[in-house]
Design a protein around this ligand. Structure first.
Ligand SMILES: C[S@@+](CC[C@H](N)C(=O)[O-])C[C@H]1O[C@@H](n2cnc3c(N)ncnc32)[C@H](O)[C@@H]1O
Length: 252
């Protein structure tokens, strides 16, 4: 069965994928050639956001749900390069991600990493198991990168986000990124995906993505397309947008 983590890994140029994953990956690529750029720009946002959180925001704990297969610049590597004492808990429900999880458990001696095999739809299990590694009296950055689109219903997705954000103290952060539905190419790509891959994916409008940050203080520049979130300065000006929206919000 083609699986989201392995198809994503294929687009990112990884080797942990099978012919069935590449077949669906290629079909989506045909409908939406920008998907590869989209995947890479999303990972680049992850790295800039984690660098901001561990740096300027002083965060030392991360809960990364929907981790994906290990690739370059995983959350713990970026965070611990800034502050080696960072503690990171990864969560995914894909059995293949579980078999590769050892590559995520390469913490610095000062910090810690852990992996939980759990479903985002069971936030209580995630919070209970994460408490073995993270101190829930201290700020935590919750990362939901490319995962909320797998929960079709907005109310269900918002209830999960509220549950997670409700469990962390003031000064914690929500970082998220997900696909938008503004272009016909993306809608067609999602249709192809949902015919054959698992779990299904449902891009949202920028407005629906922005509402997940309700009640949080948005870090500048707000909820934007990932290449526009605090880009590295470039002589060629602002980078082009992609079909995703992302942001970082602080719990007051
Ligand atoms: C598109 S990948 C994103 C990977 C990574 N966060 C990134 O930004 O590169 C989505 C990941 O979410 C995981 N996932 C999807 N639905 C999930 C659920 N209900 N519970 C836990 N993980 C889930 C998939 O297995 C996959 O690894």
């Amino acid at each position: 069965m083609p699986q989201t983590a392995r198809i994503w890994n294929y687009w990112l140029g990884g080797k942990d994928n099978f012919p069935v994953d590449r077949a669906v990956g290629d079909q989506v690529l045909e409908a939406f050639p920008a998907i590869v750029e989209n995947a890479r720009a999303s990972r680049a946002f992850l790295a800039r956001a984690v660098r901001y959180l561990a740096g300027e925001a002083g965060i030392r704990q991360f809960l990364d749900i929907g981790t994906g297969l290990p690739t370059a610049n995983n959350t713990h590597q970026v965070a611990q390069a800034v502050a080696p004492e960072c503690r990171i808990v990864y969560v995914d429900n894909d059995p293949i991600v579980l078999t590769h999880a050892r590559a995520l458990l390469t913490s610095t001696p000062e910090g810690a990493t852990a992996y939980i095999d759990a479903d985002l739809r069971d936030p209580d299990k995630i919070l209970q198991e994460a408490a073995r590694t993270l101190d829930f009296t201290q700020p935590i950055a919750i990362m939901l990168m490319g995962i909320l689109g797998h929960i079709e219903d907005d109310d269900q997705a918002r209830s999960i986000v509220n549950h997670l954000v409700g469990a962390v103290p003031s000064g914690s952060y929500l970082t998220m990124n997900d696909g938008t539905d503004a272009s016909e190419e993306v809608v067609e790509a999602a249709r192809i995906w949902n015919q054959s891959a698992n779990p299904t994916y449902h891009p949202r409008s920028p407005g629906r993505i922005t509402r997940f940050f309700d009640g949080l203080e948005l870090v500048e520049p707000g909820v934007v397309s990932p290449p526009r979130w605090r880009p590295e300065p470039s002589p060629s000006g602002l980078p082009a947008e992609i079909d995703s929206f992302c942001g970082v919000g602080r719990k007051p």
